[in-house]
Design a protein. Structure first.
Length: 253
């Protein structure tokens, strides 16, 4: 059972892409500290049900629904579902797609799909909750970018461009929302041991590990810890920042 002394107790967190990987780890971390969780999933209802069961086993409420974050109507339905738990205090926008494609075969269709889900989706989800947060004068938002936004990534021109946009979006929203006590920060994970990492061939994954000073992949739970920090009041003087959590593969500034 969650400790009732946590600042997350009785709060509502909305997590996109919450059924597996970093999203699931974040959902369980926040639920373990007392938050009720709303989350979306892309297509795997079984995974979503399993995550909801795990949240409830921690003594917290869980609601969820499928959502293509590039679709405004589906985003609104997700937010309405989340509000069954109460006003949304925390947003973790984690839902994304990743694939690799060489520049010689990168089609306009794939470019648009990647931008729509990864960048326009970020706009749609954040803008669906920010007005309520501004009215309530409380909101904590974390977006997910990638180290692909910060260094060249082979065969990911489309993905890296979208994820770089997420960083700029976060920076500008931070300035716009700050006077209303709404903070927004970003995490740029390195290669994390999740299913999304499996878009890379094994040889490419091994190269990344060799280029990482800590010499390994990250875990979803490690990313959840960084996200939790940015949502918490331990980061109360931070907004508009992007934290690279990459085992040293990216070092900023």
């Amino acid at each position: 059972m969650a400790s009732m002394s946590s600042e997350f107790s009785g709060r509502v967190a909305l997590i996109t892409g919450g059924s597996r990987g970093i999203g699931r780890a974040t959902a369980l971390r926040l639920a373990s500290e007392g938050a009720d969780i709303a989350f979306s999933y892309a297509s795997r209802a079984d995974d979503a049900a399993e995550t909801a069961k795990a949240i409830r086993a921690l003594g917290r409420q869980a609601v969820y629904c499928p959502c293509n974050v590039a679709n405004p109507e589906e985003v609104q339905r997700l937010v309405d579902t989340a509000r069954q738990l109460g006003p949304i205090d925390y947003l973790v926008h984690n839902g994304a797609i990743s694939n690799i494609q060489d520049h010689s075969t990168l089609s306009l269709e794939l470019w648009r799909e990647t931008i729509d889900v990864n960048l326009t989706g970020t706009y749609l989800v954040v803008f669906a909750v920010k007005d309520e947060m501004i009215r309530r004068r409380f909101g904590r938002i974390v977006t997910l970018s990638s180290v692909a936004a910060l260094r060249p990534r082979q065969m990911q021109i489309h993905y890296a461009s979208a994820k770089a946009g997420v960083i700029a979006f976060t920076r500008c929203c931070a300035e716009a929302f700050a006077s209303h006590n709404v903070r927004i920060n970003c995490v740029a994970p390195g290669l994390i041991d999740t299913e999304m990492a499996r878009v890379l061939p094994p040889a490419a994954m091994q190269t990344v590990i060799e280029q990482t000073p800590l010499g390994r992949l990250g875990t979803a739970e490690e990313m959840a810890a960084v996200i939790r920090f940015l949502l918490s009041e331990e980061s109360s003087f931070m907004t508009g920042q992007t934290l690279a959590a990459s085992g040293g593969r990216i070092m900023l500034p």
